[in-house]
Design a protein around this ligand. Structure first.
Ligand SMILES: Nc1ncnc2c1ncn2[C@@H]1O[C@H](COP(=O)(O)OP(=O)(O)OP(=O)(O)O)[C@@H](O)[C@H]1O
Length: 628
C-alpha cells in the first residue's frame, strides 16, 4: 500500500474531527487525553492508528501496541483499523488487554526468570473468588500468625513489597515486606503441584523479566513505536508499574485516553490521580476534549450537571449534535406504586414506540445497579405480553452471565463461522474470525504460510458448520454446529484465544455457556439467521447492570429503582455517584429514573444529582410520549 503524505491524510468513514481531536491524531508527543462520555475516544484511537500506519509515521516494521481494559474494546479497535487501513497495515496494530500483554511476555520469556519464581510452562491461570482469598487468609492466621483480610490479600498478593515492582534475582529474607503475599506465592508455586498464577502475579513476573533482561526490554521497545492506553482511568497500580518497566525512558509515543469520572472499577484497584502521574512520569501533555458526539444537548446538560456534582471543577462539554432531532420528552423521574405497574408501563410505552416504526427494540436500555434477575421477573412477563423480547444480560448460563459471554472471543468464533456458513456477511465475519485466530498461527509476523494455515482452518470450520446447518435450528442441531466448529479448530487453538482460557475450568465454562446459549436461541428460532440475531441481542430490549453498560449507548436509557433496595447495603456513595454518571451518559436522547418505593434515604446522594441536573418528576402517563 502506498504511503500517504502526512499533510494529505484525512479521517475517513464520514468522521469529522475538530481541531483539538485532529491535533491528538497527528501528535508526535505523548499525551493524556481526558475526555468525557461520548467524546469519541475509541474513534479517536482508531483514527490515530490509521494515521500512524497510513502515513508510515509508525515506521514499518515497527508497530502500535494498543492496551485496553476490556477484551471487546481491544477487538473493536483492531476491527475498525483493519476496515479502514486494510488487512496488511492492520496487522501492525497489536491489540491486547493488560492481562494478555503481561501473559504474552511471561509465556515468551519465562526461562529468563530467576529459578525461585519461575513457573512451569503449562502453569494454570487462576481467578480466585472471595471465598478462596478468605480461606487462605484464615490459613495464614492459623498457621503463620499473620492477620490480613480477604480483600487485603486479594489486592496485595501479587506485590511482595510496599509498592508494585519486579521481584529480586536472589531474594534475601528482608527483600519482602509483604509476608502474606510471600506465603501466597509459595503456595501457588509448590513443586509438587501444577503451578498456578493470578493475572496480578503474571504482571509482576512480566515486570521481573523486563527488569533483569535488558535484551528483552529493548526488543519490546524496538517493536513498538507507539502505544495506546484505553480506559486509562481504570489502570491499577500494578498495571501502571508494568507500563513503566516496559516503556519509561523509551522513544515510544504514548496516547492514554480516559475519563476520571467513569472510574467505576475502584473495587478492582483502579488508581486515583493516574492521569497526573502519567503526565509527570512520561512528560506527557494533558489534553481535554470537550465535544460529546453521542448525546443531544439536553442529555449533555444532565451529564455536565452530574459531572460538576462529582468534581466541582469538571470541564463542561458541548453536544456536537446540535438541537436538531431532539425529542420533546427527554428526561424525567417517575414513581410507580409497585414493580408490576412499572413493568407494564415501560413495556407498553416501548412497544408503542417500536410499533410506530421509528424505533427498534435495541434503542432501549434498562439499567440496574444490581439484582437484575429480580427485576427481570416482572419485566419479562410484561414484555412478552407486548410481543417484545427482553434480554436480561445479567442472566447466568451456568457460571457465566450473558453480558460476560458477549465479550468473550470463543462465542464470537462460533458466530463468525456460523454466519459464514449461511452466507451472512453482517459485521464482516471473515475478518473478525481472522483477527481472532490469526495471531495464534503467527500471521502478525506477516508469514504467508501462517496466513494460508489460517484461511485453511477457517474454510474447514465453515465447511463443517455448513453441513451441520443443513438441518433446521433446534437445541440438538445447535449443539452439532458448535461442536463441529470447536472440533475443526481444535482445543489447542481455541484455548489460546484469551489468556484466561489456559485455565481448563474457565475454558470449559465459556464453552458450555456458548453451547447452552446457542441452543436456547436455536430452539426459539425458525431460521439460523434468526438464531444468530437472537444470540447477538439484536431486536431485543436489553436489561443489564451499570458496570456492564460501560462503553455502550442507547437512544433511551431507564435507570431502574433508584431506591434503597436497588443498591447493596454496603454501597459507597462516592463510587455509586460515578456509576450513576456512567448510566446517564449512555443515553443518546432520553434518560429516565424510576422508583417503586419511597424509601430512598440511602441513595440521597444520587437524588441530589437528579436535582442538580433538574430532571423533572413525571407522571407514569408521560411515557406515552416515547412514541414521539
Ligand atoms: N468524530 C466523530 N464524528 C461523529 N460521530 C462520532 C465521532 N466520534 C465518535 N462518534 C460517535 O459518537 C458516539 C460515541 O463515541 P465513542 O463510543 O467512541 O465515545 P467514548 O468517548 O468512547 O464514550 P464513552 O467513554 O462514554 O463510552 C458513537 O456513536 C460514535 O460513533
Amino acid at each position: 500500500m502506498s504511503i500517504i503524505e502526512r499533510a494529505r491524510w484525512h479521517p475517513g468513514n464520514g468522521i469529522n474531527l475538530d481541531a483539538a481531536a485532529l491535533d491528538v491524531v497527528k501528535s508526535d508527543k505523548s499525551a493524556a487525553i481526558v475526555a468525557g462520555p461520548g467524546a469519541g475516544k475509541t474513534e479517536l484511537l482508531a483514527q490515530r492508528a490509521s494515521y500512524l500506519l497510513e502515513t508510515n509515521t509508525c515506521k514499518a516494521p515497527r508497530r502500535i501496541l494498543a492496551i485496553s481494559f476490556k477484551r471487546d474494546a481491544a477487538k473493536n479497535l483492531k476491527d475498525r483499523v483493519t476496515a479502514r487501513a486494510g488487512e496488511d497495515l492492520g496487522l501492525r496494530l497489536e491489540s491486547y488487554t493488560f492481562d494478555a500483554f503481561a501473559k504474552s511476555i511471561v509465556d515468551r520469556f519465562r526461562s529468563a526468570l530467576p529459578e525461585w519464581c519461575r513457573p512451569e510452562r503449562n502453569y494454570e491461570v487462576i481467578m480466585p473468588r472471595w471465598q478462596d482469598w478468605d480461606d487462605f487468609a484464615g490459613r495464614l492466621r492459623r498457621d503463620a500468625n499473620i492477620s490480613i483480610s480477604a480483600t487485603g490479600l486479594e489486592r496485595g498478593h501479587a506485590t511482595l513489597t510496599a509498592e508494585p515492582g519486579p521481584l529480586p534475582l536472589n531474594p534475601k529474607k528482608d527483600d519482602f515486606s509483604n509476608q502474606a503475599g510471600l506465603h501466597y506465592w509459595a503456595a501457588r508455586l509448590r513443586k509438587d503441584r501444577t503451578h498456578q498464577l493470578t493475572f496480578g502475579m503474571i504482571s509482576t513476573l512480566a515486570m521481573t523479566i523486563l527488569a533483569h533482561n535488558p535484551n528483552v526490554q529493548s526488543a519490546l521497545r524496538m517493536t513498538y513505536s507507539h502505544l495506546f492506553l484505553d480506559e486509562f482511568q481504570d489502570t491499577t497500580g500494578l498495571q501502571y508499574a508494568l507500563l513503566k518497566q516496559a516503556f519509561l525512558g523509551s522513544d515510544a509515543v504514548i496516547t492514554a485516553v480516559g475519563d476520571s469520572k467513569q472510574r467505576i472499577m475502584t473495587f478492582a484497584g483502579a488508581r486515583s490521580g493516574i492521569f497526573q502521574e502519567f503526565a509527570q512520569d512520561f512528560s506527557a501533555d494533558v489534553i481535554a476534549l470537550t465535544a460529546n458526539f453521542r448525546s443531544n444537548p439536553r442529555i449533555v446538560a444532565i451529564v455536565n450537571a452530574m459531572a460538576t456534582d462529582i468534581e466541582p471543577d469538571a470541564v463542561p462539554v458541548t453536544s456536537a449534535r446540535g438541537e436538531a432531532d431532539v425529542p420533546r420528552l427527554t428526561d424525567g423521574a417517575i414513581h410507580f406504586p409497585n414493580a408490576r405497574e412499572e413493568a407494564t408501563a415501560i413495556a407498553k410505552s416501548i412497544a408503542a414506540a417500536v410499533g410506530s416504526g421509528r424505533y427498534k427494540p435495541e434503542d432501549f436500555m434498562l439499567l440496574a445497579r444490581q439484582r437484575a434477575d429480580k427485576l427481570e421477573e416482572n419485566l419479562a412477563f410484561a414484555f412478552v405480553e407486548e410481543g417484545l423480547t427482553l434480554r436480561n444480560e445479567a442472566r447466568s448460563l451456568g457460571e457465566i452471565q450473558i453480558q460476560e459471554l458477549m465479550t468473550e472471543p470463543l462465542p464470537d468464533v462460533v458466530i463468525c463461522a456460523l454466519q459464514m456458513a449461511i452466507d451472512d456477511r453482517n459485521g464482516a465475519p471473515f475478518h473478525r474470525l481472522r483477527n481472532m485466530i490469526g495471531p495464534i498461527f503467527g500471521n502478525q509476523d506477516d508469514r504467508p504460510a501462517a496466513e494460508l494455515k489460517v484461511e485453511q482452518k477457517i474454510r474447514e470450520a465453515v465447511k463443517l458448520a455448513r453441513a451441520a446447518t443443513a438441518n433446521a435450528p433446534s437445541g440438538t442441531t445447535a449443539e452439532s454446529v458448535a461442536t463441529a466448529i470447536f472440533d475443526s479448530l481444535g482445543t489447542t487453538t481455541l484455548s489460546q484465544l484469551a489468556p484466561d482460557y489456559s485455565n481448563p475450568a474457565r475454558f470449559a465454562a465459556i464453552q458450555t455457556a456458548t453451547i447452552k446459549f446457542l441452543q436456547e436461541c436455536a430452539d426459539s428460532a425458525e431460521t439460523w439467521q434468526e438464531a444468530i440475531t437472537q444470540f447477538q441481542g439484536r431486536n431485543q430490549v436489553k436489561l443489564m447492570t451499570v458496570h456492564k453498560s460501560k462503553g455502550l449507548e442507547a437512544h433511551t436509557v431507564f435507570f431502574l429503582h433508584l431506591q434503597n433496595d436497588g443498591f447493596f447495603s454496603s454501597a459507597d456513595m462516592d463510587e455509586e455517584a460515578l456509576a450513576f454518571f456512567v448510566a446517564a451518559s449512555r443515553a443518546r436522547d432520553r434518560f429516565f429514573v424510576t422508583t417503586t418505593t419511597h424509601e430512598i434515604g440511602r441513595v440521597a446522594r444520587l437524588w441530589e444529582m437528579v436535582t442538580a441536573a433538574e430532571i423533572p418528576e413525571l407522571e407514569a402517563s408521560a411515557l406515552d410520549r416515547l412514541v414521539d
